[in-house]
Write a protein that binds this ligand. Structure first.
Ligand code: GLP
Length: 266
């Protein structure tokens, strides 16, 4: 079956070709999960490696659920190496709200990706070692041959990874301070902003833009403004996701609510 003939639910016509709008969250996530499956299958067939850049948050949860289903149905992830976008700092990897814990539970353990092939910024690294850790993270991406497909979400303030407003297009993996809006948006997992780390380690915008292909998954009305600003507004550090317009291989995968602010003319 060709990839297009098995596409779940057609994207709505009338928008730009790099903006796909699906009727529901589930169909949007299904589309992304199948894109990832294609890349994994292609790498397995050519006995090469698939390097995936992965995101956390609520948006990709259903994508990961579907990848776990595919694995149960026989898809092997033995040829896959992954790099996550970000992690809070400081945080213990066992903390229930850490991205390490999220990835282990929702993806890595169920599909059998061992730690050596699942790279994540380390939220427990001592402060004086952060710089070296970030450099080494960049080098590990390079050694892998580069990211084939980077999955991104978008923050309500337009952040990607934890590249908050003000982030430069050539920024690399580094420690960043979290924006007050981000603390608010993500506090539920910690039971309040006062219990949250104030910083994070994130791939930079420059790091993200080096991925060969990028899929941005944005779901729900809360993302409509940020999507509109990133896709149709000026390219500016105020909206970090707008830097994605400098990349030729970006696809925006939206549900109707997240696409609600876009002009139909496209
Ligand atoms: C988080 C992450 C981002 C994620 C975004 C949206 O803070 N650092 O990588 O894309 O915010 O998350 P959600 O999908 O939960 O809305």
């Amino acid at each position: 079956m060709s990839p297009s003939s098995e596409s779940p639910g057609r994207a709505q016509a009338g928008l730009r070709p790099d903006v796909l709008v699906f009727a529901t969250r589930a169909t949007a996530c299904e589309f992304v999960a199948r894109r990832i499956r294609e890349i994994v299958l292609r790498a397995a067939r050519s006995r090469s490696r698939a390097v995936l850049g992965l995101a956390t948050g609520r948006s990709p949860l259903h994508v990961y659920r579907r990848l776990c289903d595919f694995h149960r149905e026989g898809l092997s992830f033995a040829c896959v190496e992954t790099f996550n976008l970000d992690e809070y700092w400081p945080i213990d990897p066992r903390h229930p709200a850490s991205f390490h814990r999220y990835m282990r539970e929702h993806l890595f353990d169920p599909i059998g990706i061992p730690r050596e092939r699942a790279h994540m910024p380390d939220g427990a690294v001592p402060e004086e070692e952060i710089e070296a850790h970030c450099l080494e993270y960049e080098r590990a991406i390079e050694r892998s041959g580069g990211i084939d497909l980077q999955l991104l979400g978008i923050g309500a303030n337009g952040h990607i990874g934890f590249n908050e407003p003000g982030s430069a297009p050539d920024s690399r993996t580094r420690k960043v301070l979290l924006h007050p809006g981000t603390l608010r948006d993500n506090q539920a997992a910690f039971g309040g902003t006062d219990r949250m780390p104030r910083a994070a380690i994130t791939m930079g915008i420059g790091t993200i833009l080096e991925a060969r292909r990028i899929v941005v998954l944005a779901l729900g009305e809360a993302k409509a403004q940020a999507v509109r600003a990133a896709v149709e507004g000026p390219v500016t550090p105020d909206v970090p996701a707008s830097w994605l317009r400098r990349h030729p291989g970006v696809v925006w995968v939206l549900d109707r609510a997240a696409a609600g602010g876009l002009s139909r003319a496209g």
